[in-house]
Design a protein around this ligand. Structure first.
Ligand code: MTE
Ligand code: MO
Length: 323
């Protein structure tokens, strides 16, 4: 099921060439080929099909950037072993109940410290923008990880278009609340408070690695992975990578975030992947990598999940103090 990349495809755009990517990316027609592979119709089989314009947009991505050297996780694993508490707390709940969520059409509301607040449809947000592909490691705070190819946009370029003011020191993101489609939001024993909220400091959000994905494995993001648009902050624990975003809010003060509110001593605002900073209940030194062909190996966890170029963001911070 996983997309197979040729040796040359995997090697042409290593992560350290990232900042040069606009020069090197021309001419990689790799993604178009993905749509021809079998097993690519998951969204149609298991969830609500994405509208044609979105399928075409994702499939028309013609260049690639920021690859991980690591082998790519099978699409079937990335789509069936998930955390999305709106659907339930087990890893299987999101794919099992994905079909109950209909994300289309979609709108995002932008509020707070910016000159261009308002509502924007997903279609308008994407219409004037070219998508790119990023292959990112995703490291969950629970100490498992995957390597997933995403299609989408640099977060910073999207945020800039709303013209944040000088007062915008942080940006918060909110996920959808729709109990009629998310059984995890219906439960009286609700696991978390809704909406799921996450946030970044503005300079983190503007870092070129911060990404908004609308596609995964060359297809629109399936419901269980956060359709139709979700965040990826690959140097932070997975819970920062909020799914199914309906609201973006620019703020002057640090926003309250869901996991931090639910358990402040275990989940901080920064949540940087750090093998030297154990979780209060377990070590973060290693992770279970769910790799190609479903093979699971135990590998050492890297500081910043290996994305050391973000270190400059935290130059003046003692990372052992800021969880
Ligand atoms: N709205 C929302 N976003 C969420 C979550 C969630 O429960 N709800 N879980 C987070 C966690 S803990 C992880 S590890 C990743 C998992 O993403 P994946 O299922 O696409 O691999 O999504 C994150 N985003
Ligand atoms: Mo996670």
């Amino acid at each position: 099921m996983a997309r197979k990349f040729s040796e040359s495809e995997q090697n042409v755009t290593p992560k350290d060439l990232f900042l040069n990517r606009r020069q090197i990316m021309k001419g990689f027609g790799a993604v178009a080929a993905a749509s021809a592979l079998p097993g690519m119709s998951w969204a149609a089989e298991k969830g609500q099909p994405a509208p044609a314009w979105l399928q075409n947009k994702v499939k028309s991505t013609v260049y690639r950037s920021v690859t991980a050297d690591d082998g790519i996780t099978d699409a079937s694993d990335a789509r069936q072993y998930n955390n999305f508490y709106e659907f339930g707390t087990s890893k299987q709940d999101p794919s099992r109940y994905a079909h109950e969520f209909n994300p289309y059409p979609w709108e995002i509301e932008v509020t707070g410290e910016c000159l261009k607040p308002g509502k924007i449809s997903l279609e308008d947000l994407l219409s004037s923008r070219a998508l790119e592909e990023r292959i990112y490691r995703l490291r969950c705070v629970e100490a498992w990880s995957m390597v997933i190819p995403w299609t989408g946009l640099e977060l910073g370029s999207v945020l800039k278009s709303f013209q944040p003011t000088s007062k915008a020191k942080y940006v918060a993101f909110e996920s959808i609340v729709r109990p009629s489609e998310f059984r995890g939001q219906k439960s009286i024993f609700s696991s978390l408070n809704w909406p799921y909220i996450e946030g970044l400091r503005m300079d983190e959000a503007m870092h070129p690695l911060a990404f908004l994905a609308v596609g995964m494995y060359g297809e629109p993001v399936p419901a269980q992975n956060g359709a139709p648009i979700r965040l990826l902050v690959p140097w932070k624990y997975g819970f920062k990578s909020i799914k199914s975003i309906v609201r973006i809010r620019f703020t002057e003060t640090e926003p309250h975030t869901t996991w931090n509110l639910s358990n402040p001593s275990e989940y901080g605002f920064y949540s940087i992947v750090n093998p030297n900073q154990p979780h209060p209940r377990w070590s973060q030194a290693n992770e279970r990598r769910i790799g190609p062909n479903g093979d699971v190996t135990r590998i050492p966890t890297q500081l910043f999940n290996g994305y050391s170029e973000v270190a400059e963001l935290y130059r003046d911070m003692d990372l052992s103090k800021y969880m």
